[in-house]
Ligand binder design. Structure first.
Ligand SMILES: *[C@@H]1O[C@H](CO)[C@@H](O)[C@H](O)[C@H]1NC(C)=O
Ligand SMILES: *[C@@H]1O[C@H](CO)[C@@H](O)[C@H](O)[C@H]1NC(C)=O
Ligand SMILES: *[C@@H]1O[C@H](CO)[C@@H](O)[C@H](O)[C@H]1NC(C)=O
Ligand SMILES: *[C@@H]1O[C@H](CO)[C@@H](O)[C@H](O)[C@H]1NC(C)=O
Ligand SMILES: [Zn+2]
Length: 449
């Protein structure tokens, strides 16, 4: 559209067209390419129209990531100020991304955000430097209330992974907050807004950071805060379930999605123990990161959990992020004995089972759909991506498909397992190729945009 055609449009239409052309925040496109910026620079009439339309200034993005010198980061402080001023009185979405090794603008940004906090509906901050005074920089937000905040994301992607990162945020409340994602840091002391969240995601808060019992207790009381309305909980905090009181259970009646990380070095019973801590009757999707094949064999060999039940669980994913495999099969060379698969009573509604990078995958395939396995009528798809013994998995799958009298689920197999296809003599309509990356991505790190 040429500037001339644009100029013949009435103001309201012009603003509506510009608003429709705006992208969401965090797309990382430079300010100079944003539509409100371009239009405000074309001519005086457009400038007055665009500058006078608060709705065009509500999606605010300041990123120092690609800037070379401090002048430009100061310029971003100016841009933030300008957007905040032009958007009055509307609510705004703010995305801030700090440059590696330069926390100077962040201090300025955070105090600008604090001054306008009543109008902030979405706040995302990506920290990239490992300086210790972050907590200082966030101090302006610590004791505030955020009355209109719906969505909060703080990611600490600094390369160092030592030290604790506790962030005090909005301790006077954020009554509308429903989505919180914290990466590499966590809210402490436990804020009052935890009780209104429907989505809580805490990632990379674990490993080196939290191994003392006090930290675990912080989390446990966090998810025990009453009343709690979580639907989606993603906890990467390496809780040591062994040290929990034996009567402890994670009781969240509203929870539908739960992703939990477990330590790599645990015993064969550990997966059972972790799942037994879950008391969430509405759960439809469970993702376990870090489990091993022998732990799943142990679970499939049970007729029931000591306490837990999964009446409506539709999807169970077991993902090991270690693509190099493990030494379990060498360490336990004798096949693990199982009586038969009792999985149907364990998971009566399960329709999708995903097993990625797990040892003993050939044996798991036999347990789930081999000749001796109990029928598992609800299971629609079995997704497999073994990291080792590909030929063993192929022969187990081939045997199961040829010999099992009952109907087999649709098999979704990784490319390495499926191709070349000459090993597979079963029904081709029952197999699909899938990309493990798609499944693993949400659990393997921060989106480095
Ligand atoms: C970010 O991580 C670094 C290194 O782990 C830590 O020193 C710093 O305190 C963290 N910052 C926040 C705000 O959590
Ligand atoms: C399965 O259960 C049987 C009988 O309880 C037991 O002998 C066997 O060792 C179990 N297998 C595994 C892998 O736990
Ligand atoms: C691979 O799996 C098969 C079972 O299908 C097993 O017999 C074989 O020992 C396994 N090979 C290795 C190297 O673990
Ligand atoms: C957590 O952070 C560390 C250090 O920054 C990184 O090496 C690791 O891959 C991260 N893990 C996940 C699951 O994101
Ligand atoms: Zn293993």
């Amino acid at each position: 559209m040429s500037a001339l055609t644009i100029l013949s449009l009435p103001n309201e239409l012009l603003i509506a067209i510009a608003a429709a052309g705006q992208e969401d925040v965090s797309t990382h496109s430079p300010t100079a390419q944003k539509i409100e910026w371009i239009l405000s620079r074309l001519c005086r009439r457009l400038r007055n129209t665009v500058v006078g339309a608060p709705t065009l200034w509500t999606k605010i993005e300041a990123s120092c990531d690609r800037l070379k010198d401090l002048d430009q980061s100061q310029r971003f402080s100016e841009i933030l100020r300008l957007y905040l001023r032009r958007s009055v009185p509307l609510n705004v979405a703010i995305f801030l991304r700090e440059r590696v090794g330069d926390s100077e603008p962040l201090t300025n940004w955070i105090s600008q955000v604090a001054a306008e906090i009543d109008r902030v509906k979405s706040l995302s901050v990506v920290l990239a430097s490992a300086e210790d005074d972050f907590i200082q920089e966030f101090a302006p937000l610590r004791c505030l209330a955020a009355p209109n905040l719906l969505h909060l994301e703080i990611a600490n992607i600094s390369a160092e992974s030592t030290g604790r990162c506790l962030l005090g945020l909005f301790s006077a409340g954020a009554p509308k907050l429903s989505f919180a994602r914290m990466y590499g840091c966590f809210p402490s002391p436990i804020p009052p807004w935890v009780s209104t969240l429907t989505h809580l995601q805490i990632e990379n808060g674990s490993h080196q950071h939290f191994h003392d019992a006090a930290d675990e207790m912080i989390y446990l009381s966090l998810i025990r805060t009453q009343p709690i309305s979580l639907v989606h909980l993603h906890l990467d905090i390496s809780m040591n379930f062994n040290t929990l009181p034996t009567d402890y259970q994670i009781h969240i009646p509203s929870l539908e999605f739960f992703a939990v990380y477990i330590d790599d070095t645990e015993s064969a019973e550990y997966l059972r123990d972790v799942m037994d801590f879950v008391d969430c009757p509405a759960l439809t999707e469970l993702v376990v990161i870090g489990s091993h094949g022998d732990q799943l064999l142990f679970v499939l060999n049970m007729s029931h959990f000591p306490r837990a039940s999964f009446p409506v669980l539709r999807s169970l994913s077991l993902i090991n992020l270690d693509e190099a495999g493990c030494s379990c099969e060498q360490d336990m060379p004798h096949p693990i004995k199982t009586i038969s698969s009792h999985a149907t009573p364990l998971f009566p509604a399960l329709s999708s089972l995903v097993i990625i990078n797990h040892c003993f995958t050939p044996q798991l395939v036999k347990e789930i759909m081999g000749t001796g396995a109990l029928p598992w009528p609800s299971l629609r798809t079995l997704t497999l991506c073994p990291s080792e013994n590909i030929s063993g998995v192929r022969s187990a799958v081939g045997d199961a498909v040829r010999q099992t009298p009952q109907s087999i689920p649709i098999l979704r197999l990784s490319r390495a397992l499926l191709f070349p296809l000459d090993w597979f003599e079963g029904r081709l309509d029952a197999i699909e190729v899938f990309d493990p990356e798609e499944v693993v991505k949400p659990f393997s790190g921060y989106w480095h945009g």
